[in-house]
Design a protein around this ligand. Structure first.
Ligand code: C2E
Ligand code: SIN
Ligand code: SIN
Ligand code: FE
Ligand code: FE
Length: 375
């Protein structure tokens, strides 16, 4: 009998996905030292956009916070259409490509790449890239082994994403069972989660935010008002202004949301889920105000986690531009003006600025996610 050190033992541990990816990368490099970067992009089927998600490279981030419509990346689209991974053994030809992402990869000096599509039960999830500074390295014997690693990494990603998916499904079911009504329509959530992501991506350089954080904000922001399931219909659906008592009941939705999430975390054993604190903070603190006039705790400025400040702006903007039982929809100019007035008082100025400077993107989101007839 003898003992052997498992080279992938880190994968048994409770580590963030990024660390597991780095660890898998080190194991791969023991065999293939020429593989200098592994990267994953995720696909949003609703907008057909590919987004950088996670990578194992150190400080060089050729594609941080980058997104591209799949239609504008023909060679990636072809991978999907053919259902075959892509081998490029001489990226020099790529360097002159029209597309920003290929140019950025080219400038970083990568000479070869191997790209696998990631699927989960037949659904396309995104792409996995192996990049090398050396040309002509992705030969058959290398690819045979990389395929195994590639599928292992894909499973790690899928596992992470399905946990989040399960969490969202659990929350949606809970809210559907509790009340067969939901004033926050699906399209409200589609829009506000994308505004949140837009704000986070715009602030990424200033606040040093990585893609995983941005993606967590995108995935978790739709759950910000989960606590509203505990608010009785006569208050939640009231067609006019709330009186003082009703207002106090309404305001419990933030604290209540945090409790519901804590409960789900316990029941589903999600304590160690990556980014779970971001979810908790969004639910609990999205109505705090930077000047301390918010609820539930009257926190100020940086006491309020950034993810809650971001979601607050996205939420208020979408509430203003949507019809609610208690108000009509406003046009964008009026809503942007109100945001400007609220900046520095109720809302974080940087977050407001980040949304306003992306008006064109905001309009695209609105065009794509119009109100349904139920709202
Ligand atoms: P919501 O409808 O999702 O609104 C989210 C936030 O958007 C509000 O948080 C508020 O900050 C902002 N907002 C919405 N409408 C307006 C507006 O006309 N003017 C301004 N300046 N800001 C607006 P808030 O106030 O803490 O409200 C939280 C939730 O309480 C609302 O979520 C809504 O469900 C409920 N609510 C608030 N006011 C009323 C009301 O007058 N009547 C009824 N029925 N519900 C209300
Ligand atoms: C790609 O689609 O990923 C690269 C090729 C191109 O720039 O069109
Ligand atoms: C990437 O490596 O992240 C995408 C660039 C490519 O199309 O290979
Ligand atoms: Fe809320
Ligand atoms: Fe909301």
């Amino acid at each position: 009998m003898f003992h052997h050190r498992d080279h992938l033992e880190d994968l048994n541990k409770q580590l963030p996905l990024k660390n597991k990816l780095v660890s898998a990368h080190h194991s791969i490099q023991e065999k293939f030292p020429f593989i200098s970067r592994i990267a994953i992009t995720l696909y949003d089927p609703k907008t057909k956009i590919l987004k950088t998600y996670i990578d194992s490279s150190g400080d060089d981030k050729p594609l941080a916070h980058y997104q591209v419509p799949l239609d504008d990346a023909p060679s990636l689209k072809e991978i999907l259409e053919k259902g075959l991974p892509r081998v490029v053994n001489n990226l020099v030809t790529f360097e002159k490509g029209d597309h920003e992402h290929t140019q950025r990869i080219g400038r970083q000096g990568y000479a070869a790449s191997y790209t696998m599509p990631i699927f989960h039960s037949g659904d396309f999830i995104g792409f996995l890239f192996f990049n090398s500074y050396r040309p002509e390295v992705f030969k058959e014997n290398v690819l045979n082994i990389l395929d195994i690693f590639g599928h292992l990494i894909s499973l790690m990603i899928v596992n992470e994403l399905s946990t989040i998916k399960m969490m969202n499904a659990a929350l949606k079911t809970t809210s559907n069972i509790t009340h067969l009504r939901d004033p926050e329509t699906g399209s409200h959530l589609d829009r506000m989660s994308r505004y949140s992501r837009l704000i986070a991506a715009t602030l990424a350089n200033k606040y040093q935010l990585d893609d995983v954080y941005i993606e967590h904000i995108f995935m978790f922001s739709p759950l910000h008002d989960i606590g509203k399931i505990s608010i009785p219909d006569n208050i939640l659906l009231k067609p006019g202004p709330l009186n003082e008592t009703e207002r106090l009941v309404m305001n419990t939705h933030a604290r209540k949301g945090r409790e519901i999430i804590d409960d789900l975390i316990t029941n589903f054993g999600l304590d160690h889920m990556n980014g779970i604190d971001i979810l908790k903070n969004i639910a609990e603190f999205h109505h705090e105000a930077v000047n301390g006039s918010g609820y539930p705790y009257a926190k100020i400025n940086h006491e309020i986690p950034l993810e809650a400040r971001i979601v607050a702006v996205a939420d208020v903007f979408d509430a203003l531009t949507s019809r609610r039982p208690y108000k009509d929809a406003w046009d964008n100019d009026k809503a942007f003006n109100t945001l400007k007035q609220l900046a520095g008082e109720k809302l974080d100025s940087d977050c407001v600025k980040a949304l306003i400077e992306n008006q064109h993107q905001v309009e695209l989101i609105q065009q794509q996610f119009k109100e349904s007839k139920y709202s």
